[in-house]
Write a protein that binds this ligand. Structure first.
Ligand code: AMP
Ligand code: ZN
Length: 115
């Protein structure tokens, strides 16, 4: 738990959010400002500032985040239609919350390139 980290606080149930999945290592919440009909954030309970901090020791955690994303896509009914997984890293990557998270976006046609 890192002080002043909003996603640490959400994972600890200290501030409210709409949680769609949680287990001992991973939490998934609905994005407060959804960019698609389905917009869920998958985050580790442990504080990692960004994907740039992932190392060998996080291999299982990363896999578990991907598995939760897949389950969220299935339970939100977008698994067959397709969806987008996004991880923004750093300032120019568009990262605004410095706690690793994966966006699961779907329910509409995605375009490329992203903005
Ligand atoms: P990023 O820009 O990749 O760091 O993504 C951060 C995401 O967190 C944005 O899509 C925000 O809308 C979302 N967000 C920020 N605060 C909250 C919150 N309290 N609950 C849910 N989503 C949030
Ligand atoms: Zn954090």
């Amino acid at each position: 738990m890192t002080n002043d980290c909003i996603f640490c606080a959400i994972a600890a149930h200290e501030i409210p959010s709409t949680i769609v999945h949680e287990d001992d290592a991973v939490v998934a919440i609905r994005d407060l400002n959804p960019q698609a009909p389905v917009h869920v954030l998958v985050l580790p309970r442990a504080h990692l500032a960004s994907a740039a901090e992932l190392d060998h020791e996080h291999a299982e955690l990363w896999y578990r985040m991907l598995r939760v994303a897949k389950h969220v896509a299935a339970s939100d009914g977008i698994a067959e239609r397709g969806y987008r997984l996004v991880v923004n890293v750093g300032h120019e990557g568009g990262q605004t919350v410095a706690h690793l998270h994966m966006h699961v976006l779907g329910g509409r046609q995605m375009t490329w390139p992203p903005g």
